[in-house]
Design a protein. Structure first.
Length: 259
């Protein structure tokens, strides 16, 4: 059974995730930084550095410099803002939550980058773009919310150009004692309590640890990543395994997974 935010409702996971993020959108950025101790900012910076240092054209090629970037499940646009360090010509962020997008659009205007970062409504598993359109596809803390992970990753592969790179930043489960036990206590007890107090949504921050626990992280994620068509994949655990970066390349002769 899929992990969903609102167990008393019979709507789809996609609909529930959109409702949840609409509900918590006014406090989302604050909660992200408070609950992670601000380390989520460092994780995003590291993911963009890994993207820059990838060499899709070979080990002796120059640092990767994508001109057109797609930020999936963009939320309020923090990862898109971090990707500005790559000096792209355009970043398109897509999300199913209009509440998150509204806050993100205001953020881009205030920072004077709304001409570069375009925030659009869109389903991350049915991307409204043509094949082979983007130099890089990025997503932070979003694939865990996909209704069908393989389908979503396969569509990400579809819109990545041959020679392009996909970078996924996602929560994962620590594996080593005692951090595994400490993090388990924090995520099951402290995180939902703070989330409820600040966001007033009693389900959203219970869903978070449940969805992380159920998510196929590490080598399991790489297997699905590769089934979606990505090659030369790489897994980089962060902060004792609390989060992970996954890198995948679309080769010049891509293959598609059968759904």
């Amino acid at each position: 059974m899929a992990v969903v935010p609102y167990k008393d409702k019979d709507t789809s996971k996609r609909e529930q995730v959109a409702e949840m993020f609409d509900s918590i959108s006014p406090k989302y950025d604050l909660l992200n930084h408070v609950l992670s101790g601000g380390i989520d900012i460092l994780w995003r910076k590291r993911a963009i550095r890994e993207l820059r240092s990838s060499r899709p054209d070979g080990p002796n090629s120059p640092a990767f410099s994508p001109k057109l970037i797609l930020d999936i499940a963009t939320g309020t646009g923090d990862f898109a803002l971090e990707a500005l360090a790559l000096k792209p010509e355009k970043i398109i962020g897509v999300d199913i939550s209009e509440g998150m997008l509204a806050i993100g659009r205001e953020k881009m205007k205030k920072r004077g980058v709304d001409s570069i970062i375009d925030m659009r409504s869109g389903d991350s598993e049915r991307l409204p773009f043509v094949d082979n359109e983007f130099d890089a596809v990025i997503v932070s803390f979003g694939v865990r919310n996909f209704e069908n992970l393989l389908k979503g990753l396969t569509d990400m592969h579809r819109v990545t150009r041959p020679g392009g790179v996909c970078v996924v930043l996602e929560f994962s489960n620590p594996r080593q004692f005692p951090f595994k036990q400490l993090y388990g206590f924090y995520s099951r007890t402290i995180l939902p309590l703070i989330g409820r107090l600040v966001s007033k949504d009693t389900s959203a921050y219970t869903y978070l640890p449940e969805s992380v626990q159920a998510f196929p992280d590490g080598p399991d994620f790489l297997r699905i990543y590769e089934a979606a068509g990505f090659k030369n994949t790489k897994w980089i655990p962060l902060t004792f395994g609390v989060a992970s970066i996954y890198i995948g390349h679309k080769l010049n002769l891509p293959t598609q997974a059968k759904l």
